[in-house]
Ligand binder design. Structure first.
Ligand code: ACM
Ligand code: ZN
Length: 532
């Protein structure tokens, strides 16, 4: 009997020491040093997490630890018996860097700044997914981690389809789970204006509405009067109060919201309210189909800049982001070629080609926004008439624009369609997924992206700030559908953004994915279960 109980006791120790936790999460931390021997510390929900007193952000981080790990925030003191400590002071110039140490003293997180602590908590949160009960066994470990890029973005188009504010909050939660720190919010387009402008109250009220939407694809179906439309109005805009709350919500999660008001093209919705801002004078109506409109803002009408300055003034009032996205993509110059006002402006400014008119507007906007301490970023078409002095470039038509901009020492976000357009199909068999805009961007192809082109010199490479995936929503009709397009491709993108190239390994990534998928299910996030 004695021998049996000794055996049982030994077995109990072994069982207690066992843990399923490997810390091999997505994105994969830079270094995970497990201490051999399988010792564990117990993370008991209901025990304390000590944070530096009087640091509001660290209190908020402790509250995140409470939400995700079940520990209770307590201001740090000598008497503290907390199982977990969060602190600052890690010596690393990367503000998002952190270390996690699990040893016999407990769980200790140190960040280079508060954001680093936040990411450490995310790593622990993902590590313990699937661990049940109030007592979780954590193997001894030292994790050191920091993201590769400072700009880790994701774009959502809320113009083509309107997404309710509750979903925007959820979207931000999803971005935070994946270590994303920039939410690029595409707010206006031909098919809808979603930003409340108080000095132009008609704008969002009228241009935030379209009576119906083309059924299926434009291409092939677009046939004038015979075109099929649904009978569902698409309607909505975000009030400035709602936006301020979103910006704050995102900031707590170390996400900057970068708004985009696309100019001078993709403006038909605005033109429908202010037809005098178009070269022909209209009339215009909010588009109910997709594509690129020849009707853009008139570059020769002084009212255009007055309008834009009103809009961007209010944009800056609610979005503190340093970067303000001015769009600039897909703006045909056909109307400008035929418009007396535009041609007169070209003559006045001694411009040789219409593309330079776009640069003229960009420069005006750059100067205007600089007075407010902001900087412009635009799609790569902004290179065509020459970049304004301090503009940054979002390279979407491949890498070419980004390479050119970096060589000119302009900052660049890489977001080439072939790797980053998650509005594309994600499976080869189109019948197995909802209608999409086209293309084929499987998970593996997102994962394979390298944001820094080999042809850049080391010096030029420094201008590549990071990468971003874009979710355009012509064919993305609901929050569930948006999540399905986003995940798990965002998981692949987040390793592009976070993990050092030498540590990237697609097979290994696929082995780590099920734990994250389990989390998606638990949190009610829809995702594409098939993987290619
Ligand atoms: C874009 O996809 N038109 C930037
Ligand atoms: Zn004009």
């Amino acid at each position: 009997m004695k021998r049996l109980s000794t055996f049982l006791m030994a077995a109990a120790v072994v069982i207690a020491a066992h843990s399923n936790v490997t810390y091999q999460v997505i994105p994969l931390p830079n270094s995970i040093n497990m201490e051999p021997g399988g010792n564990v510390v117990l993370l008991v929900r209901g025990q304390g997490v000590a944070y530096p007193a009087e640091n509001e952000k660290m209190l908020r981080n402790a509250q995140f630890a409470q939400e995700y790990l079940g520990v209770i925030p307590e201001a740090d003191s000598k008497k503290s018996k907390a199982v977990m400590q969060i602190s600052l002071g890690l010596q690393n110039p990367n503000p998002d860097a952190y270390t996690i140490t699990v040893n016999k003293k407990g769980i200790s997180i140190q960040g280079a700044s508060e954001s680093g602590v936040f990411y450490a908590i995310q790593t622990l949160r993902k590590s313990i997914e699937g661990e049940k009960g109030d007592t979780i066994r954590l193997p001894y470990v030292t994790i050191t981690d920091e993201p590769r890029f400072g700009y880790r973005g994701t774009m959502l188009d809320c113009a083509r389809h309107f997404f309710p504010i509750e979903f925007i909050r959820k979207y931000i939660d999803i971005l935070a789970l994946h270590g994303v720190n920039k939410f690029h919010w595409h707010l206006t387009d031909d098919q809808g204006w979603r930003f409340e402008v108080k000095s132009l109250p008609e704008l969002a009220k009228k241009a935030g509405y379209r009576p119906h939407t083309i059924i299926g694809k434009n291409v092939g179906l677009w046939d004038g009067a015979n075109t099929l439309f649904d009978d569902t109005p698409e309607e909505g805009y975000y009030t400035q109060n709602q936006i301020k709350a979103i910006v704050e919500y995102a900031a707590e999660r170390y996400i900057t919201v970068i708004p985009e008001i696309d100019l001078p093209g993709h403006m038909v919705a605005a033109l429908s309210v202010y037809p005098e801002l178009g070269c022909t004078g209209g009339p215009y109506s909010v588009w109910c189909q997709w594509g690129i409109s020849d009707d853009v803002l008139c570059a020769g009408n002084p009212k255009t800049l007055e309008f834009l300055k009103k809009v961007y003034t209010e944009l800056c009032d609610v979005f503190p982001s340093k970067f303000i996205h001015i769009g600039g993509d897909e703006s045909p110059r056909r109307r400008w070629q035929q418009c007396p006002k535009c041609q007169a402006k070209m003559k006045e400014l001694d411009l040789k080609k219409e593309a330079e008119l776009q640069t003229y507007i960009n420069k005006e906007m750059e100067r205007f926004l600089a007075e407010k301490g902001r900087e412009i970023i635009g799609w790569d078409e902004t290179l065509e008439g020459g970049l304004s002095e301090n503009a940054s470039v979002m390279s979407w038509r491949g890498y070419k624009g980004g390479i050119e901009a970096a060589r000119q020492h302009h900052r660049v976000i890489m977001t080439p369609t072939n790797n980053c357009y998650i509005d594309y199909y994600q499976l080869k068999d189109q019948n197995k997924q909802p209608l999409a805009i086209g293309g084929y961007l499987p998970l593996s192809k997102v994962y394979s992206m390298e944001p820094v082109p080999a042809e850049l010199t080391e010096e030029e490479s420094k201008f590549i700030l990071g990468a971003q995936c874009n979710l355009w929503t012509e064919y993305v009709v609901s929050p569930d559908h948006a999540m399905y397009m986003l995940m798990p491709r965002l998981a692949a993108m987040c390793e592009v953004q976070w993990t050092q190239p030498k540590a990237k390994d697609y097979e290994n990534f696929c082995k780590r994915l099920p734990l994250l998928q389990q989390m998606y299910r638990r949190l009610g996030y829809k995702y594409c279960t098939a993987i290619e």
